[in-house]
Ligand binder design. Sequence first.
Ligand code: SAM
Length: 228
Amino acid sequence: MNDKKMGELFLVPTPIGNLGDMTYRAVDTLKMADLILAEDTRTSSKLLNHYQVTTPMQAFHMHNEHRKLQEVTSKLTAGIKMALISDAGTPGISDPGFLLVREALSLNLKVTCLPGPTALIPALVQSGLASDRFVFEGFLPPKKGRTKRLKLLSNESRTLIFYESPHKLLKTLGQISEIFGPNRGVSISRELSKIFEETYRGSIKEAVDYFTTLAPKGEFVICIAGNN
Ligand code: SAM
């Protein structure tokens, strides 16, 4: 009989703003884990304190994930249960996670992602744009390659979803307007699940006018109608 204790990696989604969106299973998993890897241990301490999770925590983020990969996977191989969390939402979605998942799977370790908060799904579902087929693009490249990426996407017939920060929102909408045309339908959600949650729906041109008058604040998800 093989009674070797097997390690397991859990990807645990955390709230994108509203603490109440933490699931029972997410809390149980974080309490049961031997170690939590967190994108920012200070940010996650608030969440863990709130839910009385006392599991030890280590930093695992985009600046050290390559360096830490071997150390982390050898702990998993040695049999520990590990949970990965990011600052908000689902790890691996515009957040660290992919590298570790790929490496753990290559070592035949068990990997489980819990269902839970992420910004793209509520933004899409409440956009009123087609939600049966969609393309998630995450963040556009920060500098070079933005126009090229948008041109490649301009004939896409499925709904497109982008993440954006407040200080780049108008620049991004301007570029989208130039390449997709000003009349394409958009839905822009900000501060999802928070007190000042808002979704603006209209054409790209109307959205540019709206956010020019009202300075963009908070975090944004941009959904754009497909080219139909
Ligand atoms: N892992 C996260 C997820 O599952 O959605 C995404 C993390 S990514 C670093 C952060 C981006 O997600 C923000 O810039 C914004 O585009 C989007 N986002 C996160 N929380 C949000 C919220 N409450 N409202 C709107 N957008 C949000």
